[in-house]
Design a protein around this ligand. Structure first.
Ligand code: GLN
Length: 255
């Protein structure tokens, strides 16, 4: 008897340091990815990549998510990630999609100087560095215009960081700040994009209010895993739209 061949697609979502790198609701990003997969019949397994994980665990993931943290946790993670650095670099260079928030975003650069002046060596995949002057944190709602996801789109969210990130010439920002501070409160740029890796200061969390970004990550992950073009079924995003309209009104911007 022939066995039925299942064409159900599946993804392994690697959640980097959930116990340490996870502030201001970043967990919500995991929930959104998982739900948007399940609603479409895509199996999504969440795999925690923490202090006890190894490079093999990291290399098995189809999509990576990392949240933000306070400087103390970032020091612990920077130390531990030295063991997994090569695997993470390989993953990013291969084009495995990833979303890195705040402290996670800072980790992709060359170094992060904490508010106490400790210089943490970071991954060095993105041509950028971050310094935290230890004064005036950049906190508030934020709106950014981006063209990375096909056509003009507005990302809406909330930022809370002390670090100021400066991009090198070879790296592209995620978008242009319409309202809020952005990566460094100077150049009106926010985040960075490299291959399928996205770094941003958006907490809040970012994905519930910006479902197009969640779908971009899911689509890329499936395309890379299955080597075929994927067209995702449209979902009912009425609630997300309502939330977006409320924030846009608060920020006095048109979306
Ligand atoms: N500790 C870092 C900073 O203050 C990152 C903060 C965060 O991830 N929210 O810039």
């Amino acid at each position: 008897m022939k066995s039925a061949i299942s064409n159900q697609k599946s993804l392994i979502i690697g959640w980097l340091y959930p116990d340490l790198m996870n502030t201001y609701g970043d967990t919500g990003n995991i929930t959104v990815i998982k739900k948007r997969c399940l609603w479409r019949g895509i199996n999504a397994e969440i795999k925690s990549i923490g202090l006890n994980s190894n490079e093999k665990d990291l290399l098995s993931c189809d999509l990576l998510l990392m949240g933000g943290a306070q400087d103390t946790q970032q020091e612990i993670v920077a130390k531990d990630l030295k063991r997994k650095k090569d695997a993470l670099k390989e993953t990013i260079e291969k084009g495995i999609p990833g979303l890195y928030i705040c402290g996670g975003f800072q980790y992709l650069g060359n170094y992060y100087k904490t508010a106490d002046g400790h210089k943490l060596e970071q991954l060095g995949v993105l041509d950028m560095y971050t310094e935290n002057p230890g004064r005036k944190r950049l906190i508030g709602n934020i709106a950014v215009e981006t063209e990375i996801f096909g056509g003009k789109k507005i990302l809406l969210g909330f930022e809370n960081h002390g670090g100021r990130t400066v991009l090198g010439k070879t790296i592209v920002p995620l978008g242009k700040v319409l309202k809020g501070f952005g990566s460094n409160d100077k150049d009106k740029e926010e985040g960075a994009v490299y291959k399928n890796t996205i770094g941003t200061y958006f907490h809040g969390p970012i994905l519930p209010k910006n479902p197009f970004l969640a779908d971009y990550l899911i689509k890329k992950a499936l395309e890379i895993k299955y080597g075929e073009e994927i067209s995702l079924e449209k979902l009912n995003d009425e609630l997300a739209e309502k939330a977006r309209k409320t924030i846009a009104k608060r920020l006095s911007i048109a979306i």
